[in-house]
Design a protein around this ligand. Structure first.
Ligand SMILES: C[S@@+](CC[C@H](N)C(=O)[O-])C[C@H]1O[C@@H](n2cnc3c(N)ncnc32)[C@H](O)[C@@H]1O
Length: 380
């Protein structure tokens, strides 16, 4: 039976650790009910239509998980029987492919691979047809991802409505050396005080991720318009209703005509890649991208621009000995030339934050892949 579009179900939206407050504001802005910030994400109660909108609209989300059940799970038999009793035909065709992501902590079932295996067995047994057709397991490009989470012998079973991680927006044509994830780039912009009208500058723009996410925000372009989602593969998916939700979102996107987004990088290949990325979202005329030293950016007095960037960190980009000096020089240039500009700057360490030498800033710790970074925001 296809999934009921109006059934109210609990959803959990995951994000990079540290970004929860930004995601929480985003989810609340969508008007969902019972929104609650938790560690690693935000919970809400909503319909399938709400799950569609969450995937399409949330800029800092990584996945939208739809909860199917939560139950006491002291042993393998309970896990198998409860999973098998679910009507999996709502989510997966009998010959489709799926993947189970299992996690466990402080539970009697304490082997995540075994939990994943028994969950797989139960799903296959539940869907096995009289003709012998059965779903297969695939790690890449599976039609369905199932999440099993055991904590203190309580099991939460969810389906992933997103499919690929939501940081994969679909606009990226050029990767570069160390692009910041699109979801984190969006958080950097959303955490700034930018009014979406003032010029915005990334002096170390690399592949342009921050500026492109800024352009999507300023133009009210839904970040999910360039990709597809897991729920589109579910049997009984209402493609007509979904096309309407997408086209409504598409229709409202409009770039403020005079907005300028300035990006600089000293490497030619990054600037030409950033240009390609800007073209792929369709607003490249608003971008001013140049190969240049970010420290030499021609700031104007009283310009009131917003500065966004993620500084080279050393682990992936830049020579560690030069990085201290780069942070000192950048901070000094901003303090001299950018009075009353807003900034939102992702730095690698607390020491780098201090080397910038700003008088006042707010700091949000953010996990950026394997790096623990800090997002510094404030006004010069
Ligand atoms: C951490 S990466 C930025 C990644 C970027 N946010 C993205 O998503 O692709 C830092 C960038 O700073 C550039 N860079 C380092 N020193 C620079 C300088 N003095 N002037 C301009 N660019 C510089 C590097 O080439 C690199 O692309």
């Amino acid at each position: 039976m296809p999934i009921g579009m109006k059934d109210q179900t609990e959803h959990f939206v995951t994000c990079s650790p540290g970004i929860e407050p930004v995601l929480h504001r985003e989810v609340r802005a969508l008007g969902f009910s019972k929104v609650e910030q938790q560690v690693g994400g935000v919970k809400f109660l909503g319909s399938m239509l709400d799950a569609w909108k969450a995937n399409l609209e949330l800029r800092t989300a990584i996945r939208v998980l739809r909860r199917l059940d939560r139950f006491p799970c002291p042993d393998e038999k309970t896990l198998y029987e409860t999973v098998k009793a679910i009507d999996w035909s709502q989510f997966l065709a009998p010959d489709g492919s799926f993947f189970v992501d299992a996690q466990c902590r402080q539970s009697s079932l304490d082997h995540s691979q075994f939990i994943a295996q028994r969950t797989k067995d139960a799903v296959v047994d539940s869907l096995r047809g009289d003709d012998g057709a059965r779903p297969s397991v695939a790690k890449e490009n599976a039609d369905l991802r199932i999440h099993v989470h055991l904590w203190k012998d309580r099991c939460t079973l969810s389906v992933d409505t997103s499919g690929d991680s939501l940081h994969k927006r679909g606009w990226r044509k050029y990767q570069g050396l160390a692009p910041v994830a699109e979801t984190i780039a969006a958080a950097v912009v959303l955490q700034s005080k930018w009014d979406c009208r003032a010029p915005i500058v990334d002096p170390f723009c690399g592949s342009g991720t921050l500026l492109i996410e800024a352009a999507l925000i300023a133009s009210d372009t839904a970040p999910g318009l360039f990709r597809t989602f897991g729920f589109e593969k579910w049997p009984g998916h209402d493609a007509w209703a979904w096309a309407k939700v997408r086209s409504d979102a598409q229709a409202r996107a409009q770039m403020p005509k005079k907005l300028k987004l300035f990006g600089r990088d000293h490497e030619h290949k990054h600037i030409s890649g950033a240009q390609k990325n800007a073209e792929s979202i369709g607003f490249s005329e608003n971008f001013d991208l140049e190969v240049a030293d970010g420290l030499e950016f021609p700031w104007k007095k009283g310009w009131g621009a917003t500065i966004v960037c993620n500084m080279p960190y050393g682990m992936r980009v830049g020579n560690p000995e030069e990085l201290d000096q780069l942070h000192k020089d950048f901070g000094s240039s901003l303090r001299t030339n950018c009075s009353r500009y807003d900034f939102s700057i992702l730095v690698g360490t607390r020491q780098f934050a201090h080397l910038l030498g700003f008088q006042k800033w707010e700091s949000l710790p953010i996990q950026n892949g394997s790096l623990q970074c800090r997002l510094l925001t404030g006004r010069l």
